[in-house]
Design a protein around this ligand. Structure first.
Ligand code: BG6
Length: 491
């Protein structure tokens, strides 16, 4: 199929009509991500004309709700057209506290007044409000004309530990079927993250070598140059483990290492991810002390340190950096280390997965191997979306000299189409009732089970972050983690 045909498919695609209720409808997430994404979907004709959006919560302080929508589009949409007024007419707002049952009844009334194929509740609120909102919807379940059409979308972090995630899951299951629950991890909405599965399972040459016999180790780096962006209150409670390791990192590990699913259905894919999560080696205190490093950025030149950020305790012990080694104890991956590094205020924004293969058994061309580097595949997830493969070739000229070089696939060079952003893709899937890119109950609970021991040690002050200057690659000890195994970070 030609690229133009693929674009044509996208152009023809339209979702069913829906009503979307956004709790925290005038909040930060709604402004930065949800409204711009819905606007883009609207502008690119993905939406059926019969859709409605109701914001619910505290009103916008600087004007009407429609002013809020307009501002969001002004600030966060690059490609605007003259359809903004028409778009805004799809929005309404209910001013209410989240424990106000009357307001919930009013909302249900509004929903019942019109017929919509899908009724979506989006929790764009701090996790603290989730239980209250779930109960207020659930206890009024019989007042809906058709409760089966409802679904809930929950942002990460889902819970704060395995136990709290389980509690939240069982509260949700009091009222909703699992198929009505969409737990978002926006990393799954990224094209290049989805491409991990396509690349792995549509190229037969990879499967025979995708295992402990050929792979030496895997590195996952998710670095951000930004700090906490005014989210001190949230970050103090969350830190890098709850903000990144429990969710984004676990998703990346699962996708890169899972077995081929029986088919491409949501449950088949999620089954395989869960098997991986269950096989990740459990960490005790000794393992954690030997293999995990936490860090916290300190000030450097003009950049404020974490402890100087707004709403952050000046003695805070919250980690903004994580480096560590995981093992997956199954037949495919036994003894292959997965080195993970992620943090804020690192030198650059970059997300990549580096698969490093073993060296060939005999170095036939041994004497001139200065440039020799065993094979590797790098998934560059952002910002430059590429898949690169490192191969060794003969350097032209006299003698037998090996030279390492890359074979590259670059998204932009091949596909000039406008890709959907993560939230656009996930919103479409949610309206379209496709759960593949959302986390299932057991997946979330297994992810917490892996990080819970880290959180316990941290809470007991037995795993404290080491300081690193903003703009560096984290505390020095994070280098030792990999170098003691005679390996090194790619960057
Ligand atoms: C969010 C985290 O989930 O992901 C933020 O809460 C982080 O702290 C963001 O900045 C990074 O997302 P992306 O898509 O820019 O890598």
């Amino acid at each position: 199929m030609k690229i133009e045909d693929i674009c044509e498919l996208d152009v023809k695609f339209k979702v069913d009509d829906f009503i979307l209720i956004i709790f925290g409808g005038a909040g930060d997430l709604t402004k930065r991500k949800l409204i711009p994404s819905i606007y883009n979907l609207f502008s690119h004709n993905f939406l059926n004309s019969n859709f409605k959006i109701i914001g619910f919560g505290h009103p916008y302080r600087k004007g009407s709700y429609h002013d809020f929508i307009r501002e969001s589009i002004d600030e966060f949409v690059n490609d605007k057209s003259d359809n903004i007024d028409e778009f805004i007419n799809h929005f309404d707002f209910i001013t209410a506290e989240f424990d106000d049952n009357k307001a919930f009844l009013k909302m249900i009334n509004n929903i019942n007044k019109e017929i919509h194929e899908h009724i979506i509740f989006y929790f764009a609120t701090p996790p603290f409000f989730s239980k209250m909102i779930i109960k207020n919807i659930g206890e009024n379940k019989d007042k809906f004309n058709d409760f089966k059409k409802t679904r809930v979308v929950m942002e990460k972090p889902f819970g704060e530990s395995k136990e709290s995630a389980k509690n939240l899951n069982s509260l949700l299951h009091n009222y909703f079927e699992e198929t009505q629950i969409y737990r978002i991890d926006h990393y799954l909405g990224k094209e290049t993250v989805q491409n991990i599965l396509f690349f792995r399972f549509s190229n037969i040459i990879l499967e025979p070598i995708w295992n402990r016999n050929y792979i030496d180790h895997i590195q996952i780096t998710v670095s951000e140059s930004i700090g906490i962006e005014g989210r001190g209150r949230f970050y103090e409670k969350s830190g890098i483990i709850k903000d990144f390791v429990q969710n984004h990192i676990m998703q990346l590990i699962s996708l890169i290492s899972m077995e081929p699913p029986a088919d491409f259905n949501a449950n088949s894919i999620r089954d395989e991810k869960v098997k991986i999560l269950k096989s990740i080696r459990k960490m005790d205190e000794k393992y954690i002390k030997d293999n995990i490093i936490l860090g916290q950025y300190s000030n450097n030149e003009n950049i404020a340190g974490y402890r100087e950020e707004e709403n952050v305790d000046p003695n805070s012990k919250t980690p903004t950096f994580f480096a560590g080694k995981f093992y997956i104890d199954n037949w495919r991956w036994a003894d292959v280390p997965f080195y993970i590094r992620t943090g804020k205020r690192l030198p650059e924004k970059s997300t990549e997965i580096y698969i490093k293969f073993k060296e060939p058994p005999l170095k036939l061309i041994n004497d001139h191997c200065n440039f020799y580097d065993s094979n590797s595949i790098i998934f560059k997830i952002q910002p430059n979306e590429e898949i690169c493969m490192n191969i060794n070739i003969k350097k032209p000229g006299i003698g037998n000299v090996v030279h390492s070089t890359f074979m590259n696939f670059n998204y932009k060079e091949i596909f000039e189409i406008n890709k959907l952003t993560e939230y656009e893709r996930l919103l479409i899937d949610c309206i379209d009732s496709d759960l593949t890119l959302f986390a299932r109950q057991d997946e979330i609970e297994e992810m917490w089970e892996i990080v819970d021991p880290l959180l316990h040690l941290w809470a007991e002050n037995k795993l404290l972050p080491k300081q690193y200057p903003a703009g560096s690659w984290g505390p020095f000890d994070s280098i030792k983690i990999i170098e003691k195994d005679n390996r090194h970070w790619r960057k």
